[in-house]
Write a protein that binds this ligand. Structure first.
Ligand code: ACO
Length: 432
């Protein structure tokens, strides 16, 4: 199951031959190991955006972007969705194996026990300006947890890692729901010990003293599915942020806060909000082709949001699941969303347009999920927060894998292209 050195690659430079090992992963993907390159040649490699760079070995998630395959710890995403229990997927990601009955019960108990935030933290919500984006509130609040739970350092984690992982996975959901309640001026709803992870979240979001919330099993099932498909995606931007920050042995909360910040960008998790904004614009305008044309224009910054992916060069398997859920769920709850029709029309037009076909641009996970969250009553500015809640187990799993291995401090090199050495005195003389 481990990586093996199978072959070697030879690099010729300045008349010297440098032999570099080629390592092979479990699924046969190969990588040239350049870790000795600088020592032996003085050279570094240049790879903006890390398009060709594997930053680590990992046993957590496997993606085959050419064939649309996604597996967590070896299990296909479609089978995990079928199983349908997010906290089991979370446990799997963090611990490497699915929980048995007693492990499931213990993990649920831990999640319940850790779901409350320190009461003093509640007042923080009052200090944010009305209208603050909930992603900013979430990353700040998670970071602040280090001050309230200072015992979470690397030493204590060795002893009680399950508790710390459970706390951050559980509390993110409480913080997200509290942030939402504050933003709409309603009293916060505390977590309940008798509800499952997803039911608890929906209740904290939508229950109110004057309008008790009826938890619908179909909404709980859907939330489990949505959280499962977002739970991990190997070395994406936010996970790489988590690994980078974490490699400096920063505490778990600051590390996760960095992941949340990275996720908020519109080219990453923030795309789910941008997709809904775009679909609304197209709906108002009515002309799908006009937007496709804009997305193709070289000097137009407009992009078809929810389309394209660094790794998938075919249909994102998560988008396929979200699309199917969209059709089924909206029918089930008898909810007609004109944005679903717009999404279908955009997809059909793009997938028959040579610009998108030639560049292998297909719907990604963010294309259909916003429509599903809308149908559940989740407001637009909470869409990326939903992604963050779901991604917590993935970040925790990667962080745990990283601190458990001999990973070095992440510190890339650069190719300097600035001024050559110059001297202050001469330059001052020139300007005077
Ligand atoms: N609309 C129009 N053109 C696109 C799009 C798009 N959504 N995505 C890529 N392209 C074009 C690029 O302009 C480029 O064209 P060129 O070869 O003529 O210059 C070509 O396709 C390759 O694109 P890159 O930007 O080089 O691909 P990269 O792998 O760097 O980007 C990304 C991937 C950022 C996801 C990109 O496809 C994009 O911006 N998509 C829209 C935002 C989005 O949906 N993000 C969510 C991604 S999933 C996630 O992070 C959870």
């Amino acid at each position: 199951m481990s990586n093996t050195v199978s072959e070697s690659a030879t690099l010729e430079y300045n008349g010297k031959k440098i032999v570099l090992p080629v390592v092979t992963g479990t699924e046969g993907e190969q990588a040239i190991d350049i870790s000795s390159l600088r020592k032996s040649t003085g050279l570094v490699t240049l790879d903006p955006g890390f398009v060709n760079t594997a930053s680590c070995y990992s046993k957590i998630t496997y993606i085959d972007g050419e064939n649309g395959v996604l597996r967590y710890r070896g299990y296909p995403i479609e089978e995990l969705v079928e199983h349908g229990i997010f906290i089991d997927t979370a446990y799997l990601l963090v611990n490497g194996e699915l929980p048995n009955d007693s492990q499931h019960r213990e993990f649920s108990r831990l999640l319940n026990e850790c779901s409350l935030i320190h009461e003093d933290m509640r007042h923080f919500f009052d200090s944010f300006p009305r209208g603050s984006h909930p992603m900013h509130i979430l990353s700040t609040m998670i970071n602040a947890m280090a001050a309230f739970y200072p015992d979470v350092d690397l030493k204590s984690l060795d002893e009680d890692i399950n508790q710390s992982c459970a706390r951050v996975i559980s509390i993110v959901r409480t913080l997200a729901a509290f942030a939402y309640k504050r933003s709409i001026g309603e009293p916060i709803v505390y977590p309940r010990h008798d509800l499952s992870y997803c039911a608890n979240f929906l209740n904290m979001m939508f229950d109110s003293p004057v309008r008790p919330y009826q938890i619908r099993p179909e909404a709980v099932r859907l939330l489990n599915v949505l959280f499962i498909i977002h739970a991990d995606h190997e070395q994406n931007c936010s996970t790489s942020a988590v690994r980078t920050i974490g490699s400096a042995q920063v505490n778990l909360y600051a590390t996760i806060s960095a992941g949340i910040s990275a996720l908020s960008g519109p080219l990453h998790g923030g795309a789910n909000q941008s997709v809904i904004e775009m679909l609304k614009m197209i709906h108002e305008d009515g002309d799908v082709n006009k937007f496709l044309k804009m997305a193709k224009e070289k000097d137009n910054p407009f992009r078809l949001m929810g389309f394209g992916h660094r790794v998938y060069k075919t249909y994102d398997p998560r988008a396929a699941i979200a699309k199917r859920e969209c059709e089924n769920y909206l029918k089930l709850i008898k909810y007609q969303d004109p944005l679903l029709d717009i999404a279908h029309r955009v997809e059909e037009a793009a997938l028959t347009d040579s610009y998108f076909v030639d560049r292998h641009l297909y719907p990604n996970v963010d294309f259909y999920t916003g429509i599903l969250y809308r149908a559940m009553g989740i407001p637009e500015n909470m869409l990326t927060v939903m992604f963050a809640i779901a991604r917590l187990p993935g970040w925790v799993a990667h962080w745990r894998e990283m601190i458990g291995s001999s990973t070095k401090l992440v510190r890339p090199r650069q190719v300097y292209t600035g001024q050559e050495c110059r001297h202050l005195e001469e330059d001052y003389r020139k300007v005077k």
